[in-house]
Write a protein that binds this ligand. Structure first.
Ligand code: IMP
Ligand code: MG
Length: 172
């Protein structure tokens, strides 16, 4: 049996999402903003976030996978679904559920830059710092968490727990 230890309540998540949406709405005023959600983990965060953003925004998705175990990325990353909207001269904001080693986002942001956008920035609900390997800047962060494997609010363990409204630390 595994234990779920509460880390973020839905009220705390809601406040973090509102704060990020307010900053994005102000920082990207008068810009051509495209949010790129990273499937599948970011779906819930993205769907809450766009409803709180008060400026015009377009949405697209990518799916990236890394070979590795269920709780740790190998850093060997591949793209299984690419963007469909033209990013040339657009302001791109990547929407992630959680940044761990940072290797996926380094790969993804380099990939998106190849389409000639005006800017590429990163927004993640959770910045998990303990295992960071890549030197990346996360421009919008909901909450910094030092360690542990988290589930809920889109985050999964072997495809389970995405539907939980709160975020938990999974102890196996
Ligand atoms: P990174 O390349 O190590 O930064 O891995 C990022 C991806 O691994 C995230 O987008 C998640 O899909 C997954 N991941 C990393 N840590 C966790 C976690 O604690 N819970 C669930 N998924 C995680
Ligand atoms: Mg993810």
């Amino acid at each position: 049996m595994s234990d779920l230890i509460p880390v973020l309540t839905k009220e705390e998540i809601d406040k973090a999402v509102s704060d990020i949406a307010r900053r994005i709405s102000s920082d990207y005023k008068d810009c051509d903003l495209i949010l790129i959600g990273v499937l599948k983990g970011a779906i819930i965060f993205l769907s809450d976030l766009i409803r709180k953003i008060t400026i015009p925004v377009k949405v697209d998705f990518v799916r990236i996978s890394s070979y590795g175990t269920e709780t740790s990325s190998s850093g060997d990353i591949h793209l299984s679904k690419d963007v469909e909207i033209d990013l040339k001269d657009k302001d791109v904001l990547i929407i992630e559920d959680i940044v761990d080693t940072g290797l996926s986002l380094t790969y993804l942001s380099d990939h998106l830059k190849s389409f000639g956008p005006k800017s590429v920035k990163i927004c993640s609900l959770i910045d998990k710092q303990e295992r960071r390997k890549a030197d990346i800047t996360i421009d919008y962060v909901g909450r910094v968490i030092q360690e542990g494997f988290l589930v809920g609010y889109g985050l999964d363990y072997a495809e389970k727990f995405r539907n939980l409204p709160d975020v938990y630390h999974l102890k196996t």
